[in-house]
Design a protein around this ligand. Sequence first.
Ligand code: CA
Length: 424
Amino acid sequence: MIKANNTDRKSWIHIPANSDFPLQNIPFGVIQPLNQAPRLATRIGDFAIDLLKVSELGFFADFDLPKAIFSQAYLNDFMALGRATTRKIRDRIADLFDDAINKWNSREMKDELLFPLGEVEVLMPIKVGDYTDFYSSIEHATNLGKMFRDPANALLPNWRHIPVGYHGRASSIIASGQEIQRPYGQMRPDPEKPPVYGPCRLLDFELEVGFVIGKENELGHPISVQESEDHVFGLCLFNDWSARDIQKWEYVPLGPFLGKNFASTISPWIVTLDALEACRVQGPVQDPEVLPYLRSEGKKNFDIHLEVILTTESGVEHVLSESNFKYMYWNMAQQIAHHSVNGCNLRVGDMGASGTISGPEPGSYGSMLEICWQGTKPVELADGSQRKFLQNGDTLTLKGYGISNGIRIGFGEASGKIVDRILA
Ligand code: CA
C-alpha cells in the first residue's frame, strides 16, 4: 500500500489551488447530511467524504473493523482503534481517491460518497472528556510577565522548568461556526471601586493549536516523553476565547475560571500527526536543560503557519496576526510527559491546547491583549474604526497550514462570531 503522504499522489477529485485538504492530508471529522444521522467523514478539497458509505460499500472490508465504527457522532471510538488501524484506513482512503489507482470502483460511486461541503453540517468531532490548557510559548509568557509583573524579570521561576498548565472546561469546546455569546460576569474595572456585574468589556481570543488524545494510559502509569506522541491522534486549531476583565479579577490565587470556560472554538477536521510528518522541525534550545523526564529528542515542533483574521459586521477584514506553531518552547511530547508524570491518566477524547502562540514580533502575537499591548496600541481597521478588544458582530477566524515538498497540509479554519443575545 502507498502511504497517504506520498507527494506524487493526485486525486481525481477537483482540489482548488492552495486548498488545505489535498490527498496527502486526509483528516478526520464528523458530518451530518440533511435528514441523516451523523457519521465519520474525511475531507478532500471542498468535498466531505462519507466514511460510513465508504465502509458500507466494502472498501474497508479487509480491515476487520468493529461494526458501526463509522456511524458515530464522535471520533472517540474510531481513535481508540489505535494508530496502526487508523493509519491503514487513512492510507486506504488516499488510495480510493488517487487518480492513478483504479483498483477500486470508487470513482464510479462518487455521487454516493462525496458531499459538497455546503450540503452537510460539519459537527464537533470529539466528545471531549478532560481538557488541559498549557502556557508554553515563551514569547507569550514573557509578554504577559512584562505587562503584569516585572519587565526585567518577566518569566516566573518555574517557567523554564515546567510546561505550565491548568485544567480547563471540556463542555464548552465547540466547533467552528458556532456563535460566541459575550460572557457576563463579575469584574472590577476600577480598582478603587467595588466590583461590578455586566458584559465582559475586554473580550479576547487566544491563538492556539489543540491536540486530541487517541490512546489512554492507566492511572498511576506515567507516559514517557519518548512515548508521548503515540498518544496523540491529531491536531486542530484552537481559539481559547478569554474575558480579560473577568480573568483579572478572579484568577488569584487559583487561576483561570469563568474568564475562560464560556467557549473555546476548534477547527472541525482533526489532522493526524502522520499527515504533518513532513512539517516537523527542531524546537528552540531549552536553557537551562530540563529534568530527564522532560528531555525530548528529534524534531518535536511543527512548522505550521498560523493566521488570525478579524472580520467586522460590515465585512471589513483585517489580519491581526501571522504566527507559527514552531515557536513553542515546550513541545507536545513534553506537555504530555509532564501531564502524566504524577500518574494522571489521559483518556481517549481528552484535549490539550498549546497555550497562546506568540512569535517574536508584534505582528505575530497571539492575543488582542498583546497585539494592542493592554489597549495602549489600538488596531486601525480599513473603515477607520479601531479595536483594542473584540466587539459584538466581530468574527474571529484562525487559519493554519504547513507546506512541505510543495504539499500544503492545513486545518481549514476555527471561526466564531461574537453576539450578545443577553443584551438583546
Ligand atoms: Ca489559553
